[in-house]
Design a protein around this ligand. Structure first.
Ligand code: MRU
Length: 349
């Protein structure tokens, strides 16, 4: 069936189709991928990006990676599988959804070890589909939970892109905005441009405009003034990893936005699917932060904007400490206050 929305990652049984997010908003183009190396590259180069979408792409990447494996015994198949899993795990370090999806595929492989290898491959394809489908439902639930925090007529600010194309559908931080629109509510959005790769300008503003949502683009440095002038009543962002104490890694600049929100007494919400919560990482200090190429800052989008040879620091993410977060919204509900206890309880259930 033709889908009625833009699905950023889809698999037809032979090829993986990835919406090339580096080309947006000018060009809407899908990469046709039939091998694991190109999936690794698409993740690395941010052609597919956003924590949940990275996880989904990685699951399908494994499906492509194992398709030509030896089909004799389980042990040699598992060794082959594990090499591919470890390879994809090197693509990007911060979003835990990548590792979550790979581990889930690994668990399924082991759980089916008594079956013929051919059948295991089929079941792994099924597992990748499940990961994608579940993410759609998860995002829809996050949207419903988050919307209970919003009121008609409100304006919210978001950073980076945690929208439909960063997930299977709906997004995390943007899910309540879409839902509000469906319900006839008027919620307006300020989108931070999000230096240096402009996910806010290129992706969030584009996505929201396509959906007919009132969005105003600002540069990152304008967020303080917009808050000072009383133009936004809440901030909502997505995330790449939530540590066990509630510290949150998200796109570089998020920490600054959280500090600004605190200074202006504006609630700061984080939308987080359970697949982004990592209880093995105790605090934000332990979250691996990706550093990217200097050229993203000195020659972004091909135009040189800094002196040749200048020293550059280019972390792609920062950590917002839990005390700046008003609430973490998951598909299971809304957490406030003692995140260590609430997160632990969430996973006990
Ligand atoms: O480097 P990116 O574009 O992958 O960073 C994405 C973000 O920081 C998103 O906010 C996060 O992954 C959540 S997407 C639902």
């Amino acid at each position: 069936m033709e889908e009625t929305y833009l699905q950023s990652v889809k698999y037809d049984g032979e090829k993986l189709y990835i919406l090339d997010q580096t080309k947006l908003p000018q060009v809407t183009e899908f990469l046709e991928i039939d091998n694991i190396e190109d999936v690794w590259d698409a993740i690395k180069q941010l052609k597919v990006r956003g924590a949940p979408a990275i996880g989904i792409a990685a699951a399908y990447g494994l499906v492509l990676g194992i398709k030509d494996s030896p089909e004799n015994d389980f042990d040699s198949f598992y060794k082959f599988f594990k090499e591919k899993e470890d390879y994809l795990a090197t693509s990007r370090p911060t979003a835990v959804n990548l590792f979550w999806a790979l581990k889930r595929m690994n668990r399924r492989t082991k759980a089916e070890s008594s079956k013929p290898v051919k059948e295991i491959k089929r079941l792994l394809e099924e597992e990748a589909h499940l990961i994608r489908q579940e993410d759609e439902n998860v995002c829809s639930s996050i949207g419903q939970n988050a919307l209970s925090l919003f009121e008609d007529g409100m304006t919210v600010l978001t950073h980076c892109n945690a929208g439909g194309i960063a997930t299977a559908r709906y997004g995390t931080a943007l899910a309540p905005i879409y839902l509000a629109k469906e319900r006839g509510m008027d919620i307006k959005v300020y989108a931070d441009e999000t230096r240096p790769l402009l996910q806010g300008a290129r992706l969030t503003a584009w996505e929201l405009m396509q959906a007919g949502i009132d969005v105003t683009l600002i540069t990152d440095s304008m967020a303080a003034m917009v808050m000072q002038q009383g133009k936004v009543q809440a901030v909502i962002v997505g995330c790449d990893r939530v540590a066990a104490n509630g510290d949150v890694a998200n796109k570089i600049g998020t920490y600054g936005v959280a500090l600004l929100a605190k200074a202006h007494n504006i609630p700061f919400y984080v939308a987080a699917p359970l697949s982004t919560i990592d209880l093995e990482t105790k605090t934000g200090d332990e979250i691996p932060i990706e550093e990217r190429a200097a050229e993203e800052i000195t020659a972004g989008f091909g135009k040189s904007t800094a002196p040749e040879g200048v020293k550059v620091f280019n972390p792609a993410f920062d950590v917002t400490p839990h005390h700046l977060i008003t609430a973490i919204i998951t598909e299971k509900g809304i957490m406030r206050g003692n995140y260590s206890e609430e997160l632990a309880r969430l996973f006990e259930k």
